[in-house]
Design a protein around this ligand. Structure first.
Ligand code: GAR
Length: 203
């Protein structure tokens, strides 16, 4: 069995609270079979980049606008992953959909956190606050978060972990988002990353 931890890249777009949960889990030993080696943002202003820098993690910014096409954008990400010997990719609030051309190169090696109980409120157009707006508009009484492998179908890959969160009568999309993050996402994302890394190590 190999000794060295699995090399992880985290892809982000915004605030990076899920990235922070991963960094904290690495520091507390919840994640011990993997190590975050690289954080890639598709948005130069992402606060997640500051969190990564504070934790001493290498960062990169890849902008579709600058690169001119979706193909060039994905190729640049692939190049960074290869250069850094990355073995698993975690999408932690990454607000771009990766094409089949990208996902087929990393079968069961890309993990995403989605802020609902898949197959509810998922797929194209369901991201960030919109997911919680949709759950409240529908009137469901329970929502939650899902961590899953990423394949060519948006939010369609194999489920790794889920956690339910009760909806309260006076919830707004914002209060619900915060509670789903705190009670579900920040817990099951690090646990799932450890589970996948431990499996890779044992193989
Ligand atoms: C999180 O709620 C995450 O589940 C969601 O965006 C938020 C990012 O927050 N992701 C998606 O909707 C992807 N489809 P963060 O930047 O603070 O981690």
């Amino acid at each position: 069995m190999r000794e060295n931890p699995v090399k992880i890249a985290v892809l982000v777009s915004g605030g990076g609270t899920n990235l922070q949960a991963l960094i904290d889990a690495q520091n507390s030993g919840i994640i011990k079979s993997g190590k975050i080696e690289l954080v890639i943002a598709n948005n130069a202003g992402a606060y997640a980049l500051e969190r990564a820098a504070k934790a001493g993690i290498k960062t990169a910014t890849v902008l579709k606008k600058e690169l001119g096409s979706a193909e060039a954008f994905e190729q640049k990400i692939k190049d960074l992953l290869t250069e850094n010997g990355i073995e698993i990719i975690v999408l932690a609030g990454f607000m771009a959909i990766l094409s089949e051309n990208f996902t087929r190169d990393y079968p069961k090696r890309i993990i995403n956190v989605h802020p609902a109980l898949i197959p509810s409120f998922c797929g194209k157009g369901f991201y960030g606050l919109h997911v919680h707006e949709a759950a409240l508009a529908y009137g469901v009484k329970v929502t939650g978060a899902t961590v899953h492998f990423v394949n060519e179908i948006p939010d369609g890959g194999e489920i790794i972990m889920q956690k339910a969160v009760a909806i309260r009568e006076n919830d707004t999309p914002e209060t619900l988002q915060k509670r789903v993050m705190r009670l579900a996402e920040w817990k099951i994302l690090p646990l799932s990353v450890e589970k996948v890394c431990a499996k890779i190590i044992s193989e």
